[in-house]
Design a protein around this ligand. Structure first.
Ligand code: SF4
Ligand code: SF4
Length: 92
């Protein structure tokens, strides 16, 4: 089992030093996780350390593509409310 970083990554560096297995590495256009090294932090921490620090919702996903920090989980803004607000902003 391994997590993945997708193209929402803003290369903030927060996750890399926290990985107990040195599975996160710099790449272009964004950081990546070596699936051979990632253990999802099982047996080492209560939660994946990269996802616990990542400031971007939906940036780190599991093998099914499910985000560990889903929409609204970090901002506290419900996805429906965000969609409604963005729609209003685009209309002006
Ligand atoms: S889940 Fe844990 S082992 Fe896997 S990349 Fe993130 S910090 Fe490293
Ligand atoms: S913490 Fe998130 S946004 Fe920052 S480098 Fe890691 S994956 Fe990218």
């Amino acid at each position: 089992m391994a997590l993945q970083i997708n193209d929402l990554c803003v290369n903030c560096w927060a996750c890399k030093p926290l990985c107990p297995n040195r599975a996160i590495y710099e790449a272009l256009p964004h950081f990546l996780i070596d699936p051979a090294k990632c253990t999802e932090c099982l047996g080492e921490f209560d939660e994946p350390q990269c996802a616990a620090i990542c400031p971007i919702e939906c940036c780190i996903v599991d093998e099914l593509g499910e985000p560990l920090n889903p929409p609204g989980s970090l901002t506290g803004i419900a996805p429906e409310k965000m969609a409604e607000t963005m729609s209003l902003l685009r209309a002006h």
